[in-house]
Design a binder for this molecule. Structure first.
Ligand code: AN7
Length: 367
Protein backbone atom coordinates (compact mmCIF):
# COMPACT_ATOMS: atom_id res chain seq x y z
CA UNK A 1 0.00 0.00 0.00
CA UNK A 2 2.68 2.62 0.82
CA UNK A 3 4.30 1.88 -2.55
CA UNK A 4 1.00 2.39 -4.34
CA UNK A 5 0.47 5.72 -2.55
CA UNK A 6 3.95 6.87 -3.56
CA UNK A 7 3.18 5.97 -7.17
CA UNK A 8 -0.11 7.87 -6.97
CA UNK A 9 1.72 11.00 -5.82
CA UNK A 10 3.81 10.70 -8.97
CA UNK A 11 0.60 10.79 -11.00
CA UNK A 12 0.01 7.07 -11.43
CA UNK A 13 -3.65 6.06 -11.45
CA UNK A 14 -3.96 2.53 -10.07
CA UNK A 15 -5.89 0.07 -12.22
CA UNK A 16 -6.74 -3.59 -11.85
CA UNK A 17 -3.84 -4.33 -14.20
CA UNK A 18 -1.47 -3.46 -11.36
CA UNK A 19 -2.47 -6.79 -9.84
CA UNK A 20 -0.71 -9.58 -11.75
CA UNK A 21 -2.47 -12.51 -10.05
CA UNK A 22 -1.32 -14.20 -6.88
CA UNK A 23 1.57 -16.24 -8.26
CA UNK A 24 3.38 -13.14 -9.50
CA UNK A 25 2.34 -11.08 -6.47
CA UNK A 26 3.66 -13.65 -3.99
CA UNK A 27 6.18 -15.45 -6.20
CA UNK A 28 8.91 -15.51 -3.52
CA UNK A 29 6.59 -17.45 -1.20
CA UNK A 30 5.50 -20.07 -3.70
CA UNK A 31 7.13 -23.18 -5.20
CA UNK A 32 7.42 -21.80 -8.72
CA UNK A 33 10.47 -21.19 -10.92
CA UNK A 34 11.19 -19.34 -14.15
CA UNK A 35 10.23 -22.59 -15.90
CA UNK A 36 6.70 -22.63 -14.46
CA UNK A 37 4.09 -21.52 -17.01
CA UNK A 38 1.86 -19.22 -14.95
CA UNK A 39 -1.79 -19.94 -15.71
CA UNK A 40 -3.73 -17.10 -14.16
CA UNK A 41 -7.03 -15.25 -14.34
CA UNK A 42 -5.66 -12.52 -12.05
CA UNK A 43 -7.13 -14.19 -8.97
CA UNK A 44 -6.53 -12.91 -5.44
CA UNK A 45 -6.48 -9.31 -4.13
CA UNK A 46 -10.00 -9.78 -2.84
CA UNK A 47 -11.40 -7.10 -0.52
CA UNK A 48 -11.42 -7.20 3.26
CA UNK A 49 -14.79 -5.58 3.93
CA UNK A 50 -15.70 -4.08 7.32
CA UNK A 51 -18.89 -5.62 8.76
CA UNK A 52 -20.32 -3.01 11.15
CA UNK A 53 -23.74 -4.67 11.50
CA UNK A 54 -22.26 -7.97 12.58
CA UNK A 55 -19.81 -6.15 14.83
CA UNK A 56 -22.74 -4.39 16.49
CA UNK A 57 -24.40 -7.75 17.18
CA UNK A 58 -21.26 -8.72 19.06
CA UNK A 59 -20.60 -5.39 20.76
CA UNK A 60 -17.75 -4.68 23.22
CA UNK A 61 -15.70 -2.87 20.56
CA UNK A 62 -15.06 -6.01 18.52
CA UNK A 63 -14.07 -5.25 14.93
CA UNK A 64 -15.28 -7.64 12.22
CA UNK A 65 -14.03 -7.93 8.64
CA UNK A 66 -15.17 -10.17 5.80
CA UNK A 67 -12.52 -11.64 3.52
CA UNK A 68 -14.74 -11.78 0.45
CA UNK A 69 -13.12 -14.47 -1.66
CA UNK A 70 -16.34 -14.80 -3.65
CA UNK A 71 -14.86 -12.04 -5.84
CA UNK A 72 -12.27 -14.32 -7.38
CA UNK A 73 -12.55 -15.02 -11.14
CA UNK A 74 -14.72 -18.14 -10.78
CA UNK A 75 -16.38 -16.85 -7.63
CA UNK A 76 -14.60 -18.78 -4.89
CA UNK A 77 -11.34 -19.19 -2.99
CA UNK A 78 -10.61 -22.30 -5.03
CA UNK A 79 -9.03 -20.09 -7.71
CA UNK A 80 -6.11 -19.42 -5.35
CA UNK A 81 -5.23 -23.09 -5.18
CA UNK A 82 -6.10 -23.82 -8.76
CA UNK A 83 -3.77 -21.26 -10.37
CA UNK A 84 -0.94 -23.07 -8.57
CA UNK A 85 -2.12 -26.65 -9.11
CA UNK A 86 -2.82 -26.11 -12.81
CA UNK A 87 0.39 -24.18 -13.47
CA UNK A 88 2.41 -26.98 -11.85
CA UNK A 89 0.44 -29.65 -13.73
CA UNK A 90 1.21 -27.85 -16.99
CA UNK A 91 4.87 -27.53 -16.01
CA UNK A 92 4.97 -31.30 -15.46
CA UNK A 93 3.53 -31.83 -18.96
CA UNK A 94 0.13 -33.05 -17.83
CA UNK A 95 -2.64 -33.05 -20.43
CA UNK A 96 -5.60 -33.70 -18.18
CA UNK A 97 -6.68 -33.03 -14.61
CA UNK A 98 -9.36 -34.57 -12.43
CA UNK A 99 -11.14 -33.65 -9.21
CA UNK A 100 -14.10 -34.57 -7.08
CA UNK A 101 -16.13 -31.60 -6.03
CA UNK A 102 -19.12 -30.25 -4.19
CA UNK A 103 -19.08 -27.60 -6.93
CA UNK A 104 -16.55 -24.84 -6.47
CA UNK A 105 -13.45 -26.94 -7.08
CA UNK A 106 -15.01 -28.22 -10.29
CA UNK A 107 -15.67 -24.68 -11.55
CA UNK A 108 -12.14 -23.53 -10.76
CA UNK A 109 -10.48 -26.68 -12.11
CA UNK A 110 -12.45 -26.39 -15.33
CA UNK A 111 -11.63 -22.71 -15.89
CA UNK A 112 -7.90 -22.98 -15.18
CA UNK A 113 -7.40 -26.33 -16.91
CA UNK A 114 -9.08 -25.14 -20.10
CA UNK A 115 -7.11 -21.91 -20.00
CA UNK A 116 -3.99 -24.04 -19.74
CA UNK A 117 -5.06 -26.18 -22.71
CA UNK A 118 -5.82 -29.26 -20.63
CA UNK A 119 -8.85 -31.52 -20.30
CA UNK A 120 -10.77 -31.24 -17.03
CA UNK A 121 -12.68 -34.21 -15.62
CA UNK A 122 -14.90 -33.41 -12.67
CA UNK A 123 -16.86 -35.86 -10.52
CA UNK A 124 -19.79 -34.38 -8.65
CA UNK A 125 -22.40 -35.85 -6.30
CA UNK A 126 -25.44 -36.21 -8.54
CA UNK A 127 -28.13 -33.72 -7.51
CA UNK A 128 -26.15 -31.98 -4.74
CA UNK A 129 -24.27 -29.26 -6.57
CA UNK A 130 -25.62 -25.70 -6.63
CA UNK A 131 -26.91 -24.60 -10.01
CA UNK A 132 -24.39 -21.83 -10.68
CA UNK A 133 -21.44 -24.14 -10.06
CA UNK A 134 -22.75 -26.78 -12.44
CA UNK A 135 -23.37 -24.07 -15.03
CA UNK A 136 -19.76 -22.95 -14.65
CA UNK A 137 -18.21 -26.39 -14.99
CA UNK A 138 -20.22 -27.02 -18.16
CA UNK A 139 -19.62 -23.59 -19.68
CA UNK A 140 -15.88 -23.72 -18.95
CA UNK A 141 -15.73 -26.95 -20.91
CA UNK A 142 -15.23 -29.59 -18.24
CA UNK A 143 -16.21 -33.21 -18.76
CA UNK A 144 -18.71 -33.61 -15.94
CA UNK A 145 -19.39 -36.99 -14.37
CA UNK A 146 -22.23 -37.00 -11.84
CA UNK A 147 -22.00 -40.05 -9.57
CA UNK A 148 -24.77 -41.44 -7.38
CA UNK A 149 -22.84 -41.05 -4.18
CA UNK A 150 -21.59 -38.25 -1.97
CA UNK A 151 -18.41 -36.17 -2.27
CA UNK A 152 -16.37 -38.55 -0.13
CA UNK A 153 -17.13 -41.46 -2.47
CA UNK A 154 -16.33 -39.31 -5.53
CA UNK A 155 -12.99 -38.33 -3.99
CA UNK A 156 -12.07 -41.97 -3.38
CA UNK A 157 -12.77 -42.68 -7.06
CA UNK A 158 -10.74 -39.80 -8.46
CA UNK A 159 -7.77 -40.72 -6.24
CA UNK A 160 -7.96 -44.21 -7.71
CA UNK A 161 -8.25 -42.93 -11.27
CA UNK A 162 -5.30 -40.54 -10.82
CA UNK A 163 -3.21 -43.43 -9.43
CA UNK A 164 -3.90 -45.60 -12.46
CA UNK A 165 -4.23 -43.25 -15.43
CA UNK A 166 -2.35 -40.22 -16.80
CA UNK A 167 -4.45 -37.51 -15.16
CA UNK A 168 -3.33 -35.08 -12.44
CA UNK A 169 -5.39 -34.93 -9.26
CA UNK A 170 -6.21 -31.33 -8.31
CA UNK A 171 -8.15 -31.84 -5.10
CA UNK A 172 -6.52 -30.43 -1.97
CA UNK A 173 -4.43 -33.58 -1.48
CA UNK A 174 -2.39 -31.93 -4.25
CA UNK A 175 0.09 -29.89 -2.15
CA UNK A 176 0.19 -26.99 -4.63
CA UNK A 177 -3.46 -26.24 -3.85
CA UNK A 178 -2.75 -25.25 -0.24
CA UNK A 179 0.34 -23.30 -1.32
CA UNK A 180 -1.85 -21.09 -3.49
CA UNK A 181 -4.57 -20.80 -0.88
CA UNK A 182 -2.18 -19.62 1.85
CA UNK A 183 -1.90 -16.29 -0.02
CA UNK A 184 -5.31 -15.33 1.40
CA UNK A 185 -3.67 -15.11 4.84
CA UNK A 186 -0.92 -12.91 3.35
CA UNK A 187 -3.58 -10.56 1.95
CA UNK A 188 -5.37 -10.35 5.31
CA UNK A 189 -2.14 -9.36 7.07
CA UNK A 190 -1.16 -6.98 4.25
CA UNK A 191 -4.55 -5.25 4.66
CA UNK A 192 -4.68 -5.11 8.48
CA UNK A 193 -0.97 -4.64 9.14
CA UNK A 194 -1.22 -7.49 11.64
CA UNK A 195 -2.87 -10.89 11.90
CA UNK A 196 -6.40 -10.82 13.36
CA UNK A 197 -7.16 -12.19 16.83
CA UNK A 198 -9.69 -14.67 15.46
CA UNK A 199 -10.01 -16.16 12.00
CA UNK A 200 -13.45 -17.70 11.43
CA UNK A 201 -13.69 -20.06 8.49
CA UNK A 202 -16.05 -22.71 7.10
CA UNK A 203 -14.61 -26.22 7.07
CA UNK A 204 -15.34 -29.03 4.64
CA UNK A 205 -12.25 -30.98 3.62
CA UNK A 206 -10.27 -28.76 6.02
CA UNK A 207 -7.82 -27.65 3.35
CA UNK A 208 -8.44 -23.93 3.54
CA UNK A 209 -8.06 -23.68 7.32
CA UNK A 210 -4.73 -25.50 6.98
CA UNK A 211 -3.64 -23.20 4.15
CA UNK A 212 -4.49 -20.03 6.08
CA UNK A 213 -2.53 -21.28 9.08
CA UNK A 214 0.49 -21.99 6.88
CA UNK A 215 0.24 -18.45 5.48
CA UNK A 216 0.00 -16.78 8.88
CA UNK A 217 2.91 -18.83 10.22
CA UNK A 218 5.14 -18.01 7.25
CA UNK A 219 4.32 -14.31 7.50
CA UNK A 220 5.03 -14.30 11.22
CA UNK A 221 8.36 -16.09 10.73
CA UNK A 222 9.32 -13.38 8.21
CA UNK A 223 8.32 -10.60 10.60
CA UNK A 224 5.26 -9.39 8.67
CA UNK A 225 3.03 -9.91 11.72
CA UNK A 226 3.72 -10.36 15.39
CA UNK A 227 0.79 -12.47 16.43
CA UNK A 228 -1.08 -15.48 15.10
CA UNK A 229 -4.87 -15.81 15.13
CA UNK A 230 -6.94 -18.40 16.90
CA UNK A 231 -8.28 -20.53 14.06
CA UNK A 232 -12.01 -21.12 14.48
CA UNK A 233 -13.41 -23.69 12.04
CA UNK A 234 -17.14 -24.06 11.54
CA UNK A 235 -18.95 -27.05 10.08
CA UNK A 236 -22.59 -27.64 9.31
CA UNK A 237 -24.16 -29.68 12.12
CA UNK A 238 -25.23 -32.46 9.73
CA UNK A 239 -21.69 -32.74 8.28
CA UNK A 240 -19.40 -32.15 11.23
CA UNK A 241 -16.73 -34.87 11.34
CA UNK A 242 -14.10 -32.50 12.81
CA UNK A 243 -16.45 -31.64 15.67
CA UNK A 244 -17.65 -35.19 16.29
CA UNK A 245 -14.18 -36.71 15.94
CA UNK A 246 -15.29 -39.34 13.46
CA UNK A 247 -16.34 -39.76 9.83
CA UNK A 248 -19.95 -38.97 8.99
CA UNK A 249 -21.32 -41.62 6.61
CA UNK A 250 -24.28 -39.62 5.32
CA UNK A 251 -23.44 -35.91 5.56
CA UNK A 252 -26.40 -33.60 5.17
CA UNK A 253 -26.76 -29.80 5.06
CA UNK A 254 -28.29 -26.99 3.01
CA UNK A 255 -24.68 -25.76 2.59
CA UNK A 256 -23.87 -28.28 -0.13
CA UNK A 257 -20.32 -26.92 -0.56
CA UNK A 258 -19.39 -28.36 2.85
CA UNK A 259 -21.47 -31.53 2.64
CA UNK A 260 -18.36 -33.60 3.39
CA UNK A 261 -18.15 -36.44 5.92
CA UNK A 262 -14.54 -37.58 5.67
CA UNK A 263 -12.13 -34.61 5.40
CA UNK A 264 -8.85 -35.51 3.73
CA UNK A 265 -6.93 -32.80 5.60
CA UNK A 266 -8.15 -33.99 9.01
CA UNK A 267 -4.66 -34.50 10.52
CA UNK A 268 -3.37 -31.13 9.32
CA UNK A 269 -6.46 -29.39 10.67
CA UNK A 270 -6.15 -31.03 14.10
CA UNK A 271 -2.63 -29.65 14.27
CA UNK A 272 -3.94 -26.19 13.37
CA UNK A 273 -6.51 -26.44 16.15
CA UNK A 274 -3.86 -27.40 18.73
CA UNK A 275 -1.18 -24.93 17.61
CA UNK A 276 -3.52 -21.95 17.28
CA UNK A 277 -5.61 -22.71 20.39
CA UNK A 278 -8.54 -22.70 18.05
CA UNK A 279 -11.50 -25.01 17.76
CA UNK A 280 -14.03 -26.76 15.55
CA UNK A 281 -17.68 -26.09 16.15
CA UNK A 282 -20.96 -26.96 14.49
CA UNK A 283 -23.62 -24.53 13.32
CA UNK A 284 -27.11 -25.64 12.34
CA UNK A 285 -28.61 -25.01 8.92
CA UNK A 286 -31.01 -22.54 10.57
CA UNK A 287 -28.06 -20.60 12.03
CA UNK A 288 -26.30 -20.65 8.66
CA UNK A 289 -29.36 -19.23 6.93
CA UNK A 290 -29.78 -16.50 9.59
CA UNK A 291 -26.17 -15.37 9.04
CA UNK A 292 -26.60 -15.64 5.25
CA UNK A 293 -29.61 -13.33 5.35
CA UNK A 294 -27.94 -10.90 7.76
CA UNK A 295 -24.88 -10.65 5.50
CA UNK A 296 -27.09 -9.89 2.52
CA UNK A 297 -29.64 -7.51 3.95
CA UNK A 298 -27.45 -6.00 6.69
CA UNK A 299 -24.01 -5.75 5.10
CA UNK A 300 -24.83 -5.88 1.38
CA UNK A 301 -22.61 -8.91 0.92
CA UNK A 302 -23.97 -11.94 -0.93
CA UNK A 303 -22.12 -15.14 -0.11
CA UNK A 304 -23.09 -18.75 -0.52
CA UNK A 305 -24.58 -20.67 2.45
CA UNK A 306 -21.37 -22.58 3.25
CA UNK A 307 -19.48 -19.29 3.53
CA UNK A 308 -22.06 -17.89 5.95
CA UNK A 309 -21.11 -20.69 8.37
CA UNK A 310 -18.09 -18.56 9.39
CA UNK A 311 -20.34 -15.68 10.46
CA UNK A 312 -22.94 -18.02 11.98
CA UNK A 313 -20.14 -19.48 14.07
CA UNK A 314 -18.86 -16.09 15.16
CA UNK A 315 -22.36 -15.02 16.22
CA UNK A 316 -22.81 -18.29 18.10
CA UNK A 317 -19.50 -17.94 19.98
CA UNK A 318 -19.58 -14.15 20.37
CA UNK A 319 -19.29 -14.20 24.15
CA UNK A 320 -15.84 -15.76 23.88
CA UNK A 321 -14.43 -13.01 21.64
CA UNK A 322 -12.23 -10.70 23.73
CA UNK A 323 -13.35 -7.06 23.97
CA UNK A 324 -11.79 -4.92 21.24
CA UNK A 325 -10.58 -7.95 19.28
CA UNK A 326 -10.23 -7.99 15.50
CA UNK A 327 -12.07 -10.86 13.81
CA UNK A 328 -11.88 -11.89 10.16
CA UNK A 329 -14.62 -14.12 8.75
CA UNK A 330 -13.72 -15.82 5.50
CA UNK A 331 -16.49 -15.72 2.89
CA UNK A 332 -15.27 -18.48 0.62
CA UNK A 333 -17.80 -18.29 -2.20
CA UNK A 334 -20.11 -15.90 -4.05
CA UNK A 335 -23.85 -15.98 -3.37
CA UNK A 336 -24.61 -16.08 -7.10
CA UNK A 337 -23.33 -19.66 -7.10
CA UNK A 338 -26.55 -20.80 -5.47
CA UNK A 339 -29.52 -18.67 -6.56
CA UNK A 340 -32.01 -21.38 -5.55
CA UNK A 341 -31.13 -21.13 -1.85
CA UNK A 342 -31.33 -17.33 -1.95
CA UNK A 343 -34.74 -17.30 -3.62
CA UNK A 344 -36.08 -19.85 -1.14
CA UNK A 345 -34.57 -18.24 1.98
CA UNK A 346 -35.10 -14.51 2.42
CA UNK A 347 -37.37 -12.15 4.31
CA UNK A 348 -37.89 -9.74 1.43
CA UNK A 349 -41.18 -8.63 -0.03
CA UNK A 350 -41.69 -9.98 -3.53
CA UNK A 351 -44.94 -8.85 -5.15
CA UNK A 352 -45.70 -10.68 -8.37
CA UNK A 353 -48.27 -10.41 -11.13
CA UNK A 354 -48.89 -6.69 -10.70
CA UNK A 355 -50.86 -4.73 -13.27
CA UNK A 356 -48.46 -2.39 -15.11
CA UNK A 357 -49.98 0.82 -13.66
CA UNK A 358 -48.42 3.60 -11.54
CA UNK A 359 -51.35 3.57 -9.09
CA UNK A 360 -51.03 -0.15 -8.52
CA UNK A 361 -47.27 0.08 -7.92
CA UNK A 362 -47.67 3.09 -5.61
CA UNK A 363 -50.35 1.32 -3.55
CA UNK A 364 -48.19 -1.78 -3.15
CA UNK A 365 -45.33 0.53 -2.04
CA UNK A 366 -47.59 1.80 0.71
CA UNK A 367 -48.29 5.29 -0.66
C1 AN7 B 1 -17.74 -22.12 -0.55
O1 AN7 B 1 -15.58 -27.53 -4.16
O2 AN7 B 1 -14.73 -29.14 -1.27
O3 AN7 B 1 -12.40 -26.97 4.19
O4 AN7 B 1 -15.26 -29.63 -3.84
O5 AN7 B 1 -16.84 -24.53 -1.71
O6 AN7 B 1 -10.91 -26.31 2.30
O7 AN7 B 1 -12.69 -28.03 1.96
C2 AN7 B 1 -15.56 -26.96 -1.48
C3 AN7 B 1 -15.31 -26.52 -0.21
C4 AN7 B 1 -15.86 -23.74 2.15
C5 AN7 B 1 -14.63 -25.82 2.48
N1 AN7 B 1 -16.60 -22.88 1.45
O8 AN7 B 1 -13.25 -25.65 2.27
C6 AN7 B 1 -15.35 -28.47 -3.42
C7 AN7 B 1 -15.17 -28.25 -1.98
C8 AN7 B 1 -16.93 -23.14 0.17
C9 AN7 B 1 -16.51 -24.32 -0.43
C10 AN7 B 1 -15.43 -24.93 1.62
C11 AN7 B 1 -15.75 -25.26 0.30
P1 AN7 B 1 -12.24 -26.79 2.70
Amino acid sequence: MPLLRALQRLGHRPTMQDWPGLIEAYRAWLPVTAATPVITLREGATPLIPAPVIAEHIGRGVKVFLKYDGLNPTGSFKDRGMTMAISKAREAGSEAVICASTGNTSAAAAAYARRGGMRAFVLIPDGYVAQGKLAQALLYGAEVLAVQGNFDRALAIVRDVADRYPVTLVNSVNPYRLQGQKTAAFEVVDALGEAPDWLCIPVGNAGNISAYWMGFQEYQAAGHCRQLPRMMGFQAAGSAPMVLGHTVEHPDTIATAIRIGNPVNREKALKVEAESKGGFMAVTDAEIIEAYKLLGSGEGVFCEPASAASVAGLLKRHQEVPAGATVVCVLTGNGLKDPTTAIENNDSKFHTGLAPETDVVARVMGF
